[in-house]
Design a protein around this ligand. Structure first.
Ligand code: CAA
Ligand code: FAD
Length: 380
């Protein structure tokens, strides 16, 4: 067993760290305040190959492994989780699904542009009445012979108002339950496709979240992904990889907050000494470091399993469950270590605390990860 990173991994991590510190950090408070989508930064991340990290170079991707992906996600998330969720959705939920299950024509037309950042993607599963209970899709796509007719509402869609390509999950045959669900590619601007107002959120305020409405949207037959009825399995498989990305995001938020708290504790004085010399603070740092390291091992293990071609449904759920808990708990501690300064925007930890919460909700809530883990544990 070897826990060390390769030279290539270290180079990739350092490139992401450098980008996060020089490009993401300067405007991060303003983007959070104004709910500003980081459009120019997305372009730069595309140029660096961060939007198609694991995609085969023949489709314009960077051809890297899942370990590289989590290293990049952690570094970006230490500074700006709004930017990293764009990377996560584009890589795990859109590029992965298209590359693994799409036709050659779909890959040529969409993946090549998504992998380079020329296009941005969105993944549309959640609905007002089907969030955790994802098999209860109300959106329908009726087979009309030459095309499907799509009707329904998707909510909470990340990149909702910015994407060029939307992967939309819909019910094609209600009688077949989860086997009557399909995934479709919908292009922005298609007639009958409307983007609702942007959500005003607690955290990841720089990311773009919208409700989408589909009214008699015609989808060409060739835009269905995979064989008929495979859409729910497609969504679940895609989300297993997505959960590795969000686990890495949570890890980055936690480690970003930890680094700020450690530094602050060595500078701030109270009762005649730096606050890190008070055991109550030093022990908080010890707990944070230990839990973050444990989260990192789970995230790396899930990524490693993906790279080895093993099943990672269980390990990705565990990594997301644990890393998101660590992110939530320890960003609260980072605010505490900063005292009053922790409560103001300038010190960054309050934003990390607000951003941490979403990692326990999206791509399957913590309760849903426990369902995935326990079912897997109890399966013969
Ligand atoms: N791989 C392959 N097949 C799978 C699978 C997997 N990982 N998980 C389920 N399936 C199959 C099952 O085997 C079953 O097929 P059979 O009927 O042939 O046995 C079928 O799918 C239905 O599965 P379940 O009976 O397990 O379905 P369920 O109704 O009990 O739900 C669930 C399972 C795990 C709770 C699922 O609904 C779920 O993951 N919910 C959470 C949804 C979610 O994560 N949404 C995220 C939206 S995207 C997002 O959030 C992006 C973002 O923020 C940035
Ligand atoms: P509900 O399913 O209504 O859950 C409410 C509560 O009940 C939760 O605590 C949940 O854990 C609990 N619960 C539900 N069922 C059970 C059960 N069986 N056992 C125990 N507890 C249960 N979705 C997309 O498709 N694409 C996106 O890009 C996307 N981006 C998002 C971005 C943001 C900022 C947000 C907030 C959400 C996003 N989502 C996206 C939606 C997200 O995946 C859902 O919010 C999430 O899956 C939970 O669904 P829900 O909100 O309907 O909550």
């Amino acid at each position: 067993m070897d826990f060390s990173l390769t030279e290539e991994h270290i180079m990739i991590r350092d490139a992401a760290r450098d980008f996060a510190n020089t490009e993401l950090l300067p405007g991060v408070i303003e983007r959070d305040n104004l709910q500003k989508f980081p459009k120019d930064l997305v372009k730069k991340m595309g140029d660096l190959g961060f939007l198609g990290i694991m995609v085969d170079p023949k489709y314009g991707g960077s051809g890297m492994d899942a370990i590289s992906y989590v290293l990049i996600m952690e570094e970006l998330s230490k500074i700006d989780a709004s930017a990293s969720v764009i990377v996560s959705v584009n890589n795990s939920l859109v590029c992965y699904g298209l590359e693994t299950y799409g036709t050659e024509e779909q890959k040529e037309k969409y993946l090549t542009k998504l992998a380079t950042g020329e296009f941005i993607g969105a993944f549309c599963l959640s609905e007002p009445e089907a969030g955790s209970d994802a098999t209860s899709q109300k959106t329908t796509a009726i087979d009309k012979g030459s095309h499907y007719l799509l009707n329904g509402t998707k909510n909470w869609i990340t990149n909702g108002g910015r994407a060029d390509v939307y992967i939309v999950i819909a019910q094609t045959d209600r009688d077949k339950g989860s086997h009557g669900i399909n995934a479709f590619i919908v292009e922005k601007g298609t007639e009958g496709f409307h983007v609702g107002p942007k959500e005003d959120k607690l955290g990841i305020r720089g990311s773009d979240t919208h409700t989408l409405q589909f009214n008699d949207v015609k989808i060409p037959k060739k835009n269905r992904i995979g064989v008929n009825g495979s859409g729910f399995r497609f969504a679940m498989k895609t989300l297993s990889g997505g959960r590795i990305g969000i686990a890495a995001q949570a890890l980055g938020i936690a480690s970003g907050a930890f680094e700020l708290a450690r530094k602050y504790s060595k500078e701030r004085k109270a009762f005649g000494t730096e606050i890190c010399n008070h055991q109550a603070i030093a022990f908080k740092l010890a707990d944070m470091a230990t839990d973050i390291e444990a989260a990192r091992q789970l995230v790396m293990k899930a990524a490693w399993e993906k790279d080895q071609g093993k099943n990672y449904d269980y390990s990705s759920a565990m990594a997301k469950l644990y890393a998101s808990k660590v992110a939530m708990e320890h960003t609260v501690e980072a605010v505490q270590i900063h005292g009053g300064n922790g409560f103001v925007k300038e010190y960054h930890v309050e934003r990390l605390m607000r951003d941490a919460k979403i990692t326990q909700i999206y791509e399957g809530t913590s309760e849903i990860q426990k369902i995935v883990i326990s079912r897997s544990l109890l399966r013969d």
